[in-house]
Design a protein around this ligand. Structure first.
Ligand code: ZN
Length: 81
């Protein structure tokens, strides 16, 4: 005797479960469907963090300011002689 529960929020994936020991019965294709849903959630989590481009932009700005400071220092030293 089993009961069914929804694995996903949409309820499209119904999995059989034993009410006594909570063992799961996966029908044909259900394990693959679980893998697919995990992959989709990971892909959504990856695209939800676009902070890498912002970090690269800040880093390039810092490097640009440092380069300008080095140029100003070289100009100052060559003119003071
Ligand atoms: Zn059982």
């Amino acid at each position: 005797m089993t009961e069914t529960f929804s694995y996903d929020d949409a309820g499209s994936l119904q999995i059989d479960r034993c009410p006594r020991c909570h063992g799961l019965w996966l029908d044909r294709g259900e394990l693959q469907a679980i893998y697919d849903q995990i992959g989709e959630k990971r892909a959504a989590a990856d695209t939800a963090t676009p902070n890498d481009s912002l970090g690269i932009m800040v880093l390039s700005m810092v490097l640009l300011v440092l380069a300008i400071l080095v140029i100003l220092l070289v100009v100052f030293l060559t003119q003071s002689r």
